[in-house]
Write a new protein. Structure first.
Length: 123
């Protein structure tokens, strides 16, 4: 395997304090990142409940909270990413079951007015 590396440098005409103030504010990360990997912060309350339900195996209750998170503006992709992050903590089986529940909801709701990103279409 080749030892290829890429390095880039950007000089910013700002004080160290100003740079660290921007880096310390997660709300500004998406604007300065430019890669598309960093996204805006979401309300984490639904994620806390969803994560606890995944970890405790309450899959029927989980389904209603996944629907609630979709109604609050979370997308299917965002929920999928959150569920993937539960695997090391809650176990891969629990995470997989949660992902299957989300997939079933996304498939069912596709005909009920949810766009592929998970946001309800306006009526």
């Amino acid at each position: 395997m080749a030892d290829d590396r890429v390095s880039a440098t950007t000089v910013i005409n700002a004080s160290t304090e100003a740079i660290f103030a921007v880096l310390a504010d997660p709300a500004s990360h998406a604007a300065i990142d430019g890669t598309g990997w960093v996204c805006d912060a979401l309300d984490s309350k639904p994620l806390v409940v969803v994560s606890i339900l995944v970890a405790t195996g309450h899959n029927e209750e989980l389904k209603s909270h996944l629907r609630g998170a979709l109604n609050l503006g979370w997308t299917v992709d965002e929920l999928r990413e959150a569920l993937l992050q539960t695997a090391p903590y809650a176990g891969f089986s629990a995470s997989n079951e949660a992902l299957q529940a989300l997939s079933a909801i996304a498939t069912q709701d596709a005909g009920d007015g949810f766009r592929s990103g998970g946001v309800r279409n306006p009526v």
